[in-house]
Design a protein around this ligand. Structure first.
Ligand SMILES: C[S@@+](CC[C@H](N)C(=O)[O-])C[C@H]1O[C@@H](n2cnc3c(N)ncnc32)[C@H](O)[C@@H]1O
Length: 279
């Protein structure tokens, strides 16, 4: 069978399953099945596929038709130009989180703490960008920490990354120049209305704070309340936020004794990050 015909079959199957972006996803999954960089797929479309490639593609399409995210099928996500392993145990790193990376790289830091590190996307990117920095990444999920450790090794920063299981600060010691976090911020009732890719396949604990108070702010309350105990003087706390949460998160930071919180926009102009400085 020719790759072009196989691609058409995959697109049709994804459309029938109601997947948005069926052509884009089928092309991506065909490149994965053929073990090609996606940009080289067009050249290969006139070639015949082997039986194992055919089987790999059909398996991938069947998984995508069940709304499994492409990154979980291929096991990889490109974030800030680097490849991260992604499994069902971690949040698939989002492009909007690169707003936090960009803002953090404007700050001076040598010691970094990432609360809720997941795949390690934030911590490991910042360590890779700052070759003299060291960092601690914590998560409540042991399975997520296994993924982060794999990524730390593959990115060559494992020697500078201390990954540990912790309920926010519970197993953290010392002080840091920068604390970063992209915590769960979806209110529990809103989980049911998330897109199936997220709702069915991403870990609920990465999306909804455990002690949910109905607003999705529970994790921010925990993180801001103790931030000054773990920051060096004039150190920074920087968190990613959900839609419209900026003013409330900024107020939590002020209430915790931090100075002049700023709400920073993402590439669509929406408030995406809140940053404030310790006294
Ligand atoms: C939104 S995900 C962020 C993952 C990653 N930092 C990123 O930006 O792609 C939130 C992470 O917080 C972790 N988490 C949830 N509750 C936690 C807690 N009480 N203590 C530590 N981590 C927690 C989840 O397991 C998940 O990995």
């Amino acid at each position: 069978m020719q790759a072009q015909a196989l691609l058409a079959e995959g697109v049709a199957a994804l459309r029938a399953a109601g997947i948005d972006g069926a052509t884009r996803d089928a092309r991506w999954l065909l490149a994965y099945a053929l073990d090609l960089p996606p940009e080289r797929l067009t050249l290969a479309l006139q070639e015949p596929v082997t039986a194992p490639q055919l089987a790999a593609f059909r398996d991938a399409i069947a998984a995508r038709a069940q709304h499994k995210p492409v990154a979980q099928i291929t096991g990889q996500r490109l974030f800030w130009g680097r490849s991260f392993r992604v499994t069902q145990d971690v949040l698939d790193p989002r492009p909007e989180t690169e707003t936090l990376i960009e803002a953090a790289l404007d700050l001076p830091f040598a010691r970094l703490l990432d609360l809720g590190t997941g795949s390690g996307a934030i911590l490991l990117t910042l360590l890779a960008e700052r070759s003299e920095a060291t960092g601690t990444g914590v998560d409540l999920s042991a399975a997520a920490l296994d993924v982060a450790l794999h990524n730390a090794r593959s990115l060559g920063v494992a020697q500078r990354a201390d990954l540990r299981r912790s309920d926010w600060y519970s197993a953290v010691t010392g002080r840091f120049d920068l604390i970063v976090s992209n915590p769960p911020y979806i209110a529990a009732p809103a989980h049911a209305s998330l897109a199936p890719d997220t709702r069915l396949w991403e870990p609920r604990m990465a999306l909804v704070p455990a002690a949910c108070d109905g607003t999705g702010l529970a994790a921010y309350r925990m993180i801001t309340a103790k931030a000054c105990d773990f920051l060096t003087p004039q150190g920074w706390l920087m968190v990613e936020i959900g839609l419209g949460q900026g003013p409330e998160v900024a107020a939590l930071m002020t209430g915790a004794g931090m100075r002049a919180p700023r709400i920073l926009p993402d590439m669509t102009g929406r408030g995406r990050v809140v940053a404030a400085q310790a006294p």
